[in-house]
Design a binder for this molecule. Structure first.
Ligand code: BGC
Length: 764
């Protein structure tokens, strides 16, 4: 389609298109009527630098709705919320003439310490991928592109431009890539942004395996691959690997490098042309969807931000129905966050909000009760201020009930650096001690982008996790505290008891040049559930002001064909007094596993809304991948035939109903035994079974004198069954010929007829 256009470009023009025009614009080809276009952060709202701004302009952007960040969006477990946020963000982009928004980020929360976890969805790839896909679909349906980032294995801020993420392929395939894969396959983002770090020795921006073999060839991505800002290293290698657009630009040295490489025959012009075609296609896509004079409805977007923020609030603990608060008597709001909320994280996603709700004002608007306030700490520092704490203690003592607003500060978590511990800032922890000492009737309302430890949990009746919530978080929190909204958020990550318990603890963040993902696929709940290790709050946890019952789990009977999707249904009933929503979670565990696999893995989920007393049948679909693991030997997704457990519940640790399912892998390529195979592997084939009997007969005969219950007999039997053929032959004292061995293997593979074996030495 762009062949003609391409043909009219000079080599220099083509090379110049491969980098941005400036910090935020891609180049167009003015003389051919293709204008330059703008991309900008993202992800949970528009961060468009004011025209006067310099550099990255982190604090100099036009006002835009600050929607809840991904940590919140994930806690909704609600695809519909994400889709609507995507649409709203896109409309603000159209109003500002932005063609592509830089997000969402779907990197997996490998450790709760990653400073950017607030911008990422989950420790689970299915949650991250499904929700990101919904956001992308919403945004792109309005005509604004997205940039799925940061591809891939960018799971820490420490040394993010230097570090080599050393991850085995199975772990990449099962944990770190599927969120990208789901989003690409389902929602086809217009662009993907590659990460700063190296992946197994090669920079993500130059990693041909990642960018071309996996992303494009396997998953079918046909959009533009851009670098993260400043992630381009060897420009020519990047192009060859499949990377299209260097950001920011311009980069005269890289333009020159491309031109020279083509002229000297080191880079095929066809490779450059392929990239330029993709860039032209994107530029024209953006141009076609431009809407001059478009106006966004900021009031409606603020309301949406509040609705979604409220849906993301997770009620972690609620002893004796302490919440919701009745609007009566004297209530103290303590903590500066009640008046100056921390509602977003720092870094490239930092949005200049159109307005800002705070809990104090929102609660006052409710009326009917006396509301008092004490700051308790100051945003200026994280050290305790005795005078502020004393004032707060008095306020707590004077009130009937207290809501304590604490959490993390920007100094502790942000893009650019990781946390080093899971504690609250000292000032918040000291305040909490003083307040619970003065009045035990305390609900803790948390504002933080990632889990904190709660050594104080037993001393408070209620804890509400608000994450960072966006510009309407203050109103949303009040909606939940006072029961105007029934909380339905669920954790998309585990809250550990201690940092030392977290799966990556020993290896995170690694050294200056490398971080080894030695915990493998055992990330988040996959680790805790498999090790049966206690946690503070499990993955998927989230309470409600009502109660839900699960019944009537129906799984397919007989043996399931693993290659085809199957449907599982379960009845969910609202057994309590108020309407509510719940994230119904389906986990699959491979009972007969011969490789280490997690005890259970989330394979489907659905957010369901129920009136009091209402029952709904929820349908969940499981496809091939629900049963499969990535086999490094076969280099393919593989199902091990046998029994699996399908369980449904309200968290990874709160399973309500489960059933066994037998799965057959109808797609499997039979794997034939070879010289490295053990006898049971030969026995799967009739000729192999006979061969195994011949091989083991002399051993059996020589061990005939042993008591079958003796340890010696057990050892001999185990050895005979677990010894590979090549070693077995060493003990066969020449009674089995090489010729026979090769012939048996060839017969099993169907390469020779069985009659060939007749008369061979050793074959009886
Ligand atoms: C971040 C990206 C962001 C880009 C542009 C980078 O430092 O990693 O997520 O989109 O800057 O601001």
């Amino acid at each position: 389609m762009f062949r003609d256009l391409l043909a009219s470009l000079t080599l220099e023009e083509k090379a110049s298109l491969c980098a941005g025009a400036d910090m935020w614009h891609a180049r167009g080809v003015e003389r051919l009527g293709l204008p330059s276009w703008m991309m900008t952060d993202g992800p949970h709202g528009l961060r468009k630098q004011k025209p006067s701004g310099e550099g990255a302009g982190l604090f100099d952007s036009v006002p835009a709705t600050c929607f809840p960040p991904a940590a919140n969006l994930a806690a909704t477990w609600n695809r519909d919320c994400l889709e609507r946020v995507g649409r709203a963000v896109a409309r603000e982009c159209l109003a500002e003439d932005v063609g592509v928004i830089l997000g969402p980020g779907v990197n997996i929360k490998r450790s709760p310490l990653c400073g950017r976890n607030f911008e990422y969805f989950s420790e689970d790839p299915l949650v991250a991928g499904e929700l990101a896909a919904a956001l992308i679909e919403g945004c792109q349906a309005e005509g604004v592109g997205t940039s799925l980032k940061h591809f891939a294995a960018n799971n820490q801020e420490k040394y993010r431009l230097l570090s080599d993420s050393v991850v085995d392929e199975r772990t990449l395939r099962e944990i770190y890539l599927p969120a990208f894969e789901i989003a690409v396959r389902k929602a086809a983002p217009w662009t993907v942004m590659c990460a700063y770090n190296r992946v197994n020795g090669t920079y993500a921006s130059e990693n041909r395996w990642l960018l071309t073999e996996v992303l494009r060839d396997e998953w079918g991505f046909d959009g533009v691959l851009m670098t993260d800002w400043g992630a381009c290293n060897d420009r020519v290698a990047g192009l060859e690997a499949g990377q299209d657009l260097e950001m920011p630009g311009p980069s005269h040295r890289h333009e020159k490098a491309i031109v020279e490489a083509v002229r000297e025959g080191r880079l095929s012009e066809a490779v450059l042309d392929r990239t330029v075609e993709r860039l032209l296609a994107l530029a024209s896509r953006v141009a076609m969807r431009r809407k001059e004079g478009f106006k966004a409805d900021f009031d409606a977007h603020h309301r949406l931000a509040r609705e979604v923020a409220a849906e993301s609030v997770v009620l972690l603990k609620n002893e004796n129905s302490f919440l919701p608060l009745e609007p009566k008597g004297k209530i103290a709001f303590i903590g500066e966050f009640a008046k100056k909320p921390r509602f977003q994280g720092g870094g490239s996603s930092h949005i200049e909000p159109t307005r800002l709700d705070d809990p104090w004002t929102e609660a006052n608007n409710l009326g009917g009760f006396e509301l008092i306030y004490a700051a308790g700490y100051s945003s200026k520092g994280d050290k305790p201020d005795p005078a502020l704490i004393e004032e707060a203690r008095k306020a707590a003592a004077a009130a009937d009930r207290v809501v304590l607003f604490v959490g993390l500060t920007d100094r502790i978590e942000s893009e650019g650096y990781d946390r080093t511990h899971l504690d609250l800032p000292e000032a918040h922890a000291a305040l909490l001690e003083a307040v619970v000492g003065a009045n035990p009737n305390v609900a803790v309302a948390l504002s933080n982008g990632a889990p904190v430890a709660m050594p104080w949990l037993d001393r408070v009746p209620a804890v509400v996790e608000g994450y960072l919530g966006g510009q309407a978080a203050g109103g949303a929190m009040v909606d939940v505290l006072f029961g105007r909204v029934n909380p339905s958020g669920h954790l998309a990550e585990t809250f550990p008891l201690r940092l030392e318990d977290t799966p990556a603890y020993l290896w995170y963040p690694g050294g200056r040049g490398m971080t080894e993902y030695r915990e493998g696929v055992f990330v988040g709940y996959r680790h805790y559930e498999t090790k049966k290790a206690p946690v503070l709050f499990p993955f998927g946890h989230g309470l409600s002001y009502t109660a839900f019952g699960f019944s009537n789990l129906r799984v397919p009977s007989g043996t399931v064909d693993g290659s085809k999707p199957v449907t599982v249904t379960v009845d969910v009933t609202n057994e309590g007094p108020v309407a509510g929503k719940i994230a119904v979670q389906l986990y699959v565990g491979d009972v007969e596993r011969s490789v280490p696999r997690p005890e259970k893995e989330l394979k489907a989920f659905e957010k369901v809304s129920l009136e009091p007393g209402e029952r709904k049948t929820v349908s969940l679909t499981l496809d091939f991948r629900a049963w499969a693991f990535w086999s490094p030997e076969r280099k393919a997704w593989t199902i091990e035939e046998g029994e699996f457990t399908v369980s449904v519940g309200a968290s990874s640790a709160d399973i309500r109903v489960s059933a066994p399912v037998a799965v057959r892998d109808f797609t499997a390529v039979p794997s034939f035994p070879d010289r490295d195979s053990i006898l049971p592997e030969f026995r799967a084939f009739p000729v192999g079974a006979k061969f195994a009997d011949i091989l083991s007969a002399p051993f059996k005969a020589s061990l005939g004198h042993l008591d079958p219950d003796s340890p010696e007999a057990k050892m001999a039997e185990t050895m005979t069954e677990e010894i590979p053929l090549r070693a077995m032959l060493n003990f066969a004292a020449g009674s089995i010929s090489e010729e026979l061995t090769d012939a048996v293997i060839a017969v099993i593979r169907g390469e020779r007829p069985e009659s060939d074996l007749e008369g061979m030495k050793g074959w009886k």
